[in-house]
Design a protein around this ligand. Structure first.
Ligand code: F6P
Length: 365
């Protein structure tokens, strides 16, 4: 480029189309350009705020029984319209659609599968807070015995993703993307309409002093999560011997973005508030793509007991507990789950030992 900047198209051509690869990525650049076009359109719609005429409830519920906002439906349609025609997709799945969206017969079908949450954190819309979009791309496994079924084609572990990303609609709109060679951030240059590479090869600090969790659910958490959060809150006077800070924006995109920028831990753990739910966040279009981005930036993402990218979904809209972020903190939380499961955490979870005291053995790191 003449001005030395790298646009999204140039990045994709350099990274995907001009690199020798053992895995075919043919057409992936074009698909990601269509996803980026959806994001630009959504960004333009959101910028209008209440003046755009899309505020309020749609008076419908989605497949999870949650009330849909008009913008949930509008942004879902934007994704579908930008991506269904290009001949690259075999199907789409979204938080706002009950079943797999089959590509209409009028368009050719391709080999990619797109899962997305068109408007993450949509409760923030009413308060003009930060929201986002999340997406995940898989390639149809033509060798699978049920390759012809687009319904089961999506039920694959997250480590098989060929691309994942999110858009954050904040003061600036950014696209954060990974095609498996690191996590990279692009900022939308609104007047020109280009995404420009501004955050190349993002790395998450391994240690951190910040955590994010909806603390109103504390009484429903499992003991290992309570232990971790209590130790953070104990700060300097507890066994961690340093102070921690807490944040909660109620938008996974905003929390993950903060962690990519400066480290930290985000948790929506298993809880007993709704016992029939495995977790709160959806595996295919929330947990999996975010875990891919986090791991590509040097962080870790677990359910508490296993790596999220190894979880094979059984259902399209399956939920999963999520703990992700700075490596050393996530490893610690996994150890706390392990110690709890083995019954080896009693000295640390007993109410007697909440404060640093003569009775508290130094917790192994
Ligand atoms: O549904 C997803 C989501 O909006 C996430 O983006 C966010 O982290 C979470 O739910 C917010 O949950 P809560 O309503 O418990 O704050």
């Amino acid at each position: 480029m003449q001005d030395g900047r790298t646009t999204l198209s140039k990045f994709l051509i350099d990274t995907l189309d001009r690199q020798p690869s053992t895995v075919s990525t043919s057409g992936l650049s074009a698909l990601l350009v269509d996803v980026a076009a959806s994001i630009k359109t959504i960004s333009a719609a959101l910028t209008k705020g209440a003046l755009g005429g899309h505020y309020g409830s749609a008076h419908t519920v989605n497949t999870h029984g949650e009330e849909q906002k008009t913008l949930d439906i509008v942004t879902n349609d934007i994704f579908v319209q930008h991506c269904e025609w290009d001949g690259l997709l075999a199907g789409m799945v979204s938080e706002e659609m009950d079943d797999v969206y089959a590509i209409p017969a009028a368009y050719p079908r391709g080999d990619y599968l797109l899962a997305f949450d068109p408007l993450d954190g949509s409760s923030n819309i009413d308060i003009n807070g930060v929201v986002g979009s999340i997406f995940s791309v898989l390639r149809v496994n033509r060798d699978a015995p049920d390759a012809a079924s687009v319904d089961t084609a999506f039920l694959r572990a997250g480590h098989e993703q060929v691309a994942a990303g999110y858009a954050i609609y904040g003061p600036a709109t950014m696209l954060v993307l990974s095609v498996g060679n690191g996590t990279h951030g692009f900022t939308l240059e609104r007047d020109v309409g280009n995404f420009v590479l501004t955050h190349s090869d993002i790395r998450i600090p391994e240690d951190s002093g910040e955590f994010a969790i909806n603390a109103s659910n504390e009484r429903f958490w499992e003991p290992p999560v309570r232990r971790y959060v209590q130790e953070c809150k104990d700060g300097r006077s507890g066994c961690r011997a340093r102070d921690f800070n807490m944040r909660w924006i109620a938008s996974m995109v905003a929390e993950v973005h903060r962690i990519l920028m400066r480290g930290g831990v985000f948790m929506y753990p298993r809880d007993f508030k709704t016992p029939e739910m495995e977790g709160r966040l959806r595996l295919l279009y929330e947990a999996s793509p975010m875990s891919f981005l986090i791991e590509q930036a040097g962080g870790c993402a677990i359910t508490g007991r296993e790596r999220i990218l190894d979880v094979v979904p059984e259902r399209l809209h399956q939920r999963v507990p999520v703990i992700l972020g700075s490596k050393n903190e996530v490893v610690r939380i996994r150890r706390y789950h392990d110690e709890y499961d083995r019954g080896a955490d009693k000295p640390y979870t007993s109410p007697l030992f909440n404060e640093r005291s003569l009775f508290l053995p130094e917790a192994p790191v």
